[in-house]
Design a protein around this ligand. Structure first.
Ligand code: JFZ
Length: 580
């Protein structure tokens, strides 16, 4: 997978690693709140498609018209303590709120621009000051989202081509100097200690300007982190795309921003709320991969967080109060790949096994864990030891652990089994056949064979292939079969970040155990993964393969034709071999 991006920043004054709190917390509250909550997804009586905070852009509303919304923005029902308590009760340890989104409106009392909630609205109070105070009292980190690049109200900001079609690079540099840096200085000198600045959409900004902003933030508050979207990979940690989730454990420090429905800013019409199961599954999935989960709410123009958001966060909080030990302060699990129905985190010699569904056979079966288990318990029933058997690996048969489980699942949503080990978990290397018989050839577990010239196959941040545009690139695997037999072959191709919807069309050839199968990539079925809602993975069936005996086998995937319609090339996540 992509090499670590977290560069340990040499900060003379900071005695501790500024990243340490961030790695500890794992779970934060994102808040998108601004003038866009007033129209709430409708303009001139008509619904405006897309995410709510983009209404000015989607409806091409002139800045002179949009700014009149300020006169109607009076969130009298806002209560900072209520919002912060919601985060605390949900087990969230940092709060990131929009101080200025792309519409250019500052949600705090800014002297650098009169276009702000204190000077331009009847509310005339500074909600971020009140939130900062409540966060400090509650002991959670106050953080600010700041759109450093897009600013649809400023002639120098990017993104508003309908009012400012002739904006130049010099205008943009002036915008950074006269609005962005003065506002960052206000946010970093008037609101107490700030955990991080969440920059966004680095479209126009140059690498020099990104580095300058990062250094500016660190000069004002050496321990304040800078998100990956400051641009040009110079952030203190990596930011995935919205709702983007890696396909396996990932090196370095990464965060996934995610919505509870399909919008960040409030929209009256968006009721596509995710279920608590989905949200908890994402929490444990991301924690198992060492990724922070920044989950968003979009408050109304009155200052109220919508009830469906509150209900979900409260239910997550109940789960966190019982099981949070498996999330907060843990590291990514020891398995580099996803295991069906299980996600893992670890802390020293303690391994947390998080079960999405309670096994019908009342057994937790794991293969590949080399380390001896000393004790097995249910996290929420620590006094009751669970019986287990453990066998070491022998040739093509990997080590195997079986833990006997009670009939009743430990939690209505995700149950946590604690394994206390003789030493920190050690995993058998390579691709192992799972207890269900499934063998998964993940792209990030394969060997890439880049072409000698031209664009070369590589892994993208989520661990799928990208930049695979020519036939001279390929990928191969070596894997262990424990159970001889015949297996269905399913190739998974995911939607790319720059594609409005999933695109197939490639013609690929798989050579496995001496047989070749060539297929045109199309969506014969869809994989059920945590990524599916936003990044669907289509399955193309490549027939079957038979293994006569246990042992190590090889596979290679080559491209005969690559569809030019796909701007990111062949986006392979994995090939699954499933028992017939
Ligand atoms: C950006 C904003 O435009 C949006 O309004 C919201 O604030 C979100 C959290 O961030 O949207 C993005 C930015 C980057 C990607 C996708 C949406 N990306 O990299 O795929």
């Amino acid at each position: 997978m992509k090499k670590s991006r977290s560069k340990s920043r040499k900060v003379e004054k900071a005695a501790i690693d500024p990243m340490s709190w961030w790695r500890e917390v794992r779970f934060g509250l994102f808040i998108h709140w601004g003038l866009y909550a007033v129209p709430a997804g409708r303009w001139k009586g008509k619904p405006v498609p897309g995410i709510g905070e983009w209404i000015m852009h989607r409806a091409k509303i002139p800045a002179a018209e949009y700014e009149k919304l300020a006169a109607d923005f009076n969130p009298t029902r806002f209560d900072a303590r209520t919002w912060v308590q919601l985060a605390v009760d949900a087990g969230m340890k940092y709060l990131v709120i929009t101080s200025k989104h792309h519409d250019g409106f500052a949600m705090y009392g800014s002297k650098a621009s009169p276009y702000n909630i204190v000077d331009a609205t009847p509310y005339a109070r500074d909600p971020l000051k009140e939130l900062a105070h409540e966060c400090q009292k509650a002991g959670i980190k106050m953080c600010f989202y700041y759109s450093q690049d897009q600013d649809w109200h400023h002639p120098g900001g990017s993104g508003n081509d309908w009012d400012y079609p002739n904006r130049t690079k010099e205008d943009f540099a002036r915008y950074l100097k006269t609005k962005v840096k003065p506002q960052l200085k206000e946010l970093l000198t008037e609101y107490g200690p700030i955990g991080l600045i969440w920059f966004d959409t680095p479209w126009w900004i140059t690498k020099t300007q990104s580095l300058d902003l990062k250094r500016y933030v660190h000069r004002l508050q050496p321990n304040c982190l800078v998100s990956g979207r400051v641009g040009h990979d110079v952030g203190d940690y990596g930011s995935f795309g919205d709702n983007q989730i890696p396909v396996g454990r990932i090196e370095g420090d990464w965060e996934t921003p995610a919505t509870l429905n399909d919008t960040w800013g409030y929209k009256t019409g968006d009721s596509s709320w995710k279920s608590v199961e989905e949200l908890l599954y994402l929490l444990v999935d991301l924690a198992s991969k060492g990724v922070n989960y920044l989950l968003n709410v979009g408050p109304t123009a009155e200052g109220i967080i919508p009830a469906p958001s509150v209900e979900r966060l409260q239910t997550i909080g109940t789960w966190m109060q019982r099981n949070g030990e498996a999330i907060t302060g843990t590291e990514a699990g020891p398995f580099p790949y996803e295991i069906e129905n299980c996600r893992f985190t670890q802390k020293g010699k303690r391994l947390y096994v998080m079960l999405m569904k309670w096994p019908r056979n009342r057994k937790l079966t794991l293969v590949g864990l080399k380390t001896n288990v000393r004790q097995a318990r249910i996290l929420t029933a620590p006094d009751k030891e669970l019986a287990f058997t453990q066998t070491s690996g022998d040739g093509p048969m990997p080590s195997r652990l079986e833990v006997k489980l009670p009939a009743k699942k430990a939690d209505p949503y995700v149950s946590v089994i604690v394994l206390d080990l003789a030493s920190p978990a050690e995993i058998e290397p390579g691709i192992l056949q799972q207890p269900s018989g499934r063998i998964e050839l993940n792209a990030f577990m394969g060997t890439l064979h880049p072409s000698k010239t031209g664009r070369q196959i590589r892994l993208n941040p989520i661990g799928a292939t990208e930049s695979w545009f020519t036939r001279s690139n390929s990928i191969s695997w070596s894997f262990t079969v424990s159970e001889p037999g015949t297996y269905r072959i399913e190739v998974g191709i995911v939607r790319g970040r720059r594609q409005p919807k999933w695109i197939g069309g490639h013609k690929l050839t798989l050579t496995i155990n001496g047989r070749k199968a060539t297929r045109r990539i199309r969506a014969q079925a869809w994989r059920d993964t945590p990524r599916a809602q936003y990044f669907p993975e289509a399955i193309t069936r490549f027939g079957t393969v038979t293994f006569e005996r246990p042992g190590v086998y090889k596979a290679k995937l080559t491209a005969d034709e690559i569809s030019p319609k796909n701007p990111e090339g062949v986006l392979l996540t994995s090939i699954e071999l499933l028992p017939e």
